[in-house]
Design a protein around this ligand. Structure first.
Ligand code: FCB
Length: 456
């Protein structure tokens, strides 16, 4: 597989999923610390208090990342580590990221940090979290503290991660922190994250950032049948989970009047917000895992267990299983062509789509511990990544400009509410001993990257 010259390969992680050190060196609590401490929230009672102890093992981790030859490493800052309570800067928290960034640069890897990957300071949640407009301004202050300290070495920034998943699972449902379960009344949380994005873009550029983007999750939504009711249900879901989070950024407007009204900001202010939110980006990050299929809810039918989450009754759509012969061990459908499809539909929808970076893509397989040969054989992950990279190539051939691809994830880690059972890493982690072992997929990725610089 050959990618265009300058194409960037990377690996991705996020703070809560790997760092641990939950209350060391001045770090405050996040909504995920609170959520994890409540019985029954995370599978097997797991939490991120230690995670994979990246806070202490970052030097070893950077060595594993760099040895693969990746150009980029996407990680996230922990807001409550850098600014506990969302209020005052914690110098020890900034020191950690200072060390991490220096280690990456010394190893020849470009840091591509995300400001916010779901771990809101608990005190901000206590004041309304993302339902409170002020949280967007607090994020801008936090962005400024990071840019002042690290902007001399970091040039590429991602503002927020998957606002749609955070809004839907954390505010609409109760399957992720902060477990609000508000249904469609969660929409203001979407708008305030978008506003935070817009404010952060401005702040980062003021401090000299040259490349700013976002990481949005996108997926094609198919209707379960030709039936107009199913088609309509799919259209509502597609709009709500995809375009609500990308149209404001890439078109400067909400996809329809219902959404515009639902975000609950009065018109004049909303128009000003949208102007900020719609500022041109240097790249557009797409996270992709699987497509979705939707039907209009059928009376009396049991939809439980279709997703890992419980969808409340009364909504105008119901997810149904995606038809696919192959699934990951997490149960996610493996449909690489859906990645090509979503990339081409983004290009068709957005005349000014910036260059795309696939900021996350990967698969959980329950890889066994290293065998007697010391290796972790994960051929299914290799097949998944290979197929999705081919899907990216197909999109490039169809005229979509894609500048990079990051594997989720560098390491096995805490998969949110699913705990430690779901292993997405290129590097296996023994959660008892914290021993790291490069999986076969890590070697495969290294060889693929190395083959890029060689003439065919
Ligand atoms: C995405 C998240 C990421 C990871 C993958 C599997 O939704 O952004 O943190 O958990 O899913």
């Amino acid at each position: 597989m050959q990618f265009p010259p300058g194409f960037r390969f990377g690996m991705a992680t996020s703070a809560y999923q790997i760092e641990g050190a939950a209350d060391l060196d001045g770090k405050g609590p996040s909504i995920w610390d609170t959520f994890a401490a409540q019985p029954g929230r995370i599978r097997n009672g797991a939490d991120g208090r230690v995670a994979i102890d990246h806070y202490h093992r970052y030097a070893e981790d950077v060595a594993h990342i760099a040895a693969s030859g990746v150009q980029d490493y996407r990680f996230s800052f922990s807001w409550p580590r850098v600014m506990p309570g969302g209020a005052t800067v914690n110098p020890a928290g900034l020191d950690f990221y200072d060390r991490l960034v220096d280690a990456l640069l010394a190893a020849g890897v470009r840091p591509v940090p995300t400001l916010y990957h779901w771990d809101l300071p608990q005190e901000l949640e206590d004041r309304g979290g993302w339902l409170n407009r002020d949280t967007a301004h607090r994020l801008a202050d936090y962005a400024s503290a990071l840019a002042v300290r690290l902007g001399d070495r970091i040039h590429d920034w991602i503002t927020l991660n998957e606002m749609n998943v955070h809004t839907l699972y954390g505010y609409g449902l109760a399957d992720h922190a902060p477990a609000r379960g508000l249904g469609l009344a969660a929409l203001p949380a979407a708008h305030h994250q978008l506003l935070a994005h817009g404010l952060a873009v401005q702040v980062l550029r003021t401090h000299g950032a040259t490349s700013v983007g976002i990481a949005n999750q996108h997926f094609p939504v198919a209707a379960a049948s030709e039936d107009p009711e199913d088609q309509m249900a799919a259209e509502i879901f597609r709009t709500l989970t995809n375009w609500t989070f990308s149209d404001p950024i890439l078109l400067g407007e909400y996809p329809d009047e219902m959404i515009r009204a639902g975000v609950g900001t009065e018109d004049a202010q909303l128009d000003r917000d949208l102007e900020l939110i719609g500022a041109r980006l240097d790249f557009y990050g797409v996270n992709f895992y699987e497509p979705t299929a939707i039907e209009a809810p059928k009376a009396g039918k049991d939809y439980s267990g279709v997703l890992e989450v419980d969808i409340p009754e009364g909504l105008p759509f119901s997810p149904v299983p995606v038809k696919s012969d192959e699934r990951t061990d997490f149960g996610w459908a493996i449909v690489p062509g859906a990645l090509t499809e979503i990339l081409t539909s983004l290009k068709d929808r957005y005349p000014h789509l910036p260059p795309v970076i696939i900021t996350e893509n990967g698969a959980s397989f329950h890889d066994a511990a290293p065998g007697p040969d010391g290796r972790v054989h994960d051929p299914r992950r290799i097949a998944y990544l290979d197929a999705h990279l081919h899907a990216v190539q197909d999109a490039i051939e169809a005229g979509v400009r894609v500048d990079g691809y990051y594997v989720w994830s560098a390491f096995d880690n805490l998969e949110w509410a699913a705990g430690y059972d779901e292993r997405f890493g290129l590097i296996h982690v023994d959660f008892e001993t914290q021993h790291r072992t490069r999986k076969d997929s890590w070697y495969w990725y290294r060889d693929l990257i190395a083959a890029q610089s060689r003439p065919a």
